[in-house]
Design a protein around this ligand. Structure first.
Ligand code: HGY
Ligand code: MN
Ligand code: MN
Length: 421
């Protein structure tokens, strides 16, 4: 089905996206890491991540794109522009998923970028700026912390040496995993090469669908903080050790987890506080847990509120240590500030949606994205499409073919309009 393009709506010459081709590519790439329940298990730098990258790289090479891979495995697929001196326009997202994630979080943005390259290629559209599509390594942070890692490296926030030694729960280093999948690159790709970054992504919330809107014009991404907490008590025999003198790390952790929940509830409507990662050692039914590692995550649009939540956490850590006679250590592993996107790009996305005849609204993002890191080094903004019932980071994450096509058409319009500015 050829998608009736923006150009036909407004008489512009925007080339057509191919809805069926985009949907087919989303279906094909979802086999890499597919779970029986219809979701994805495609952790960063895993075999499945490598297979998904190979799929996209092969398609880009068929279009004559130049492919570069940097030290963090960030993969760049570039279509040349007519003006070699003009900076490139960057589009991208991620292919890694949560352990039991969905088929569209991140992946849709990469495949919409590939559809952009395909449309430009088949219509022989000449752009002044090169168009480059990026696959960022380890956006999710589910296997290696922190999240948005590859994009943070690209933005100069970490060195490769700092990140490639990060280990997963099995002690496997990121660098070794990238080498195994063939994405331990040597290319140097710098943000100075680029004029702007556009990321299209599923909303991961219910607003667009509830309000029957086609496009989200993203203005801001809320701040996010991660704290890795270690609780050390005393292992012991569950049959012999008296209850009264135990220093049970898991009981202490349960107290802290409830305190974290309360910290979120204390910020009505906007507070988000979660413990989603817990490792119990030795995790045996007849051993008193001696150590627990957990990750605390706070999110809020206001930095001042995040500061209040952080102070409350520090108080709760002290109380937990005192109450349960355990040692508690905390290490902040992510501090992603509230990000305001570039106003002229926000306007451009809104105009492009209108030019394509799509309904849209301005909105903030509750989820973090690679665009948060890119915004530190170049003009950046995002485009949302709806996702079913707002479900994400779950195997039943879903979008429709029309939503996918609507977003891709607006991405093409946005990028070509920016190119012609
Ligand atoms: O956690 C996030 O907000 C993103 O979806 N990884
Ligand atoms: Mn994502
Ligand atoms: Mn995600």
């Amino acid at each position: 089905m050829r998608f009736p393009l923006c150009s036909q709506v407004v008489g512009m010459t925007t080339p057509q996206i191919d809805s069926a081709r985009l949907w087919k590519s989303l279906t094909e790439i979802s086999v890499f890491g597919a779970t029986p329940a219809g979701g994805l298990h495609r952790l960063a730098a895993s075999k499945e991540d490598g297979q998904a990258r190979d799929y996209v790289v092969a398609a880009a090479r068929e279009l004559g794109c130049a492919v570069r891979i940097d030290a963090l495995g960030n993969t760049f697929m570039r279509r040349a522009g007519s003006d070699a001196n003009a900076k490139a326009i960057l589009v991208g997202s991620h292919l890694d998923s949560q352990p039991l994630g969905g088929k569209y979080d991140g992946i849709y943005g990469v495949m919409a970028g590939l559809e952009l390259l395909r449309v430009l290629h088949e219509s022989r559209t000449e752009t002044k700026h090169a168009i480059e599509v990026a696959v960022w390594t380890n956006e999710e942070g589910a296997r290696f912390a922190p999240a948005m890692m590859g994009a943070a490296y690209f933005a100069g926030k970490f060195t490769a040496d700092e990140l490639l030694v990060r280990k997963d729960v099995d002690g496997v280093q990121l660098g070794n995993s990238l080498t195994e999948i063939g994405y331990a690159g040597i290319d140097i790709v710098s943000p100075v090469e680029h004029k702007a970054y556009f990321e299209i992504h599923i909303e991961q919330g219910p607003i667009l669908q509830d309000e029957n809107l086609q496009i989200g014009v993203v203005t801001l991404v809320q701040g996010m903080r991660w704290f890795r907490i270690g609780i050390s008590g005393q292992s012991g025999h569950t049959g012999t050790y008296p209850m009264e003198t135990r220093r049970d790390a898991l009981v202490a952790a349960s107290h802290l987890i409830k305190a974290v929940q309360q910290i979120g509830l204390d910020q009505p409507l906007t507070g988000r506080a979660t413990v989603g990662h817990l490792v119990v050692t030795p995790n045996s039914p007849n051993v008193i847990p001696g150590h627990v590692e957990l990750m605390v995550e706070f999110r809020n649009p206001e930095v001042a509120v995040l500061d209040v939540m952080t102070a409350s956490l520090n108080q709760a850590l002290k109380e937990t240590a005192d109450k349960y006679g355990v040692e508690v250590v905390s290490k902040q592993e992510l501090d992603s500030a509230t990000i305001d996107f570039t106003s002229e790009l926000i306007d451009l996305v809104e105009q492009a949606a209108s030019a394509c005849g799509k309904t849209s609204k301005r909105m903030i993002s509750g989820a973090g994205h690679d665009a948060c890191q890119l915004s530190a080094v170049m003009p950046t903004t995002m485009i949302f499409i709806p996702c079913d019932k707002g479900i994400s980071h779950a195997e039943n994450e879903a979008i429709t073919q029309d939503w996918a096509a609507d977003g891709a058409a607006v991405l093409v319009e946005t990028v070509l309009a920016f190119d012609s500015k």
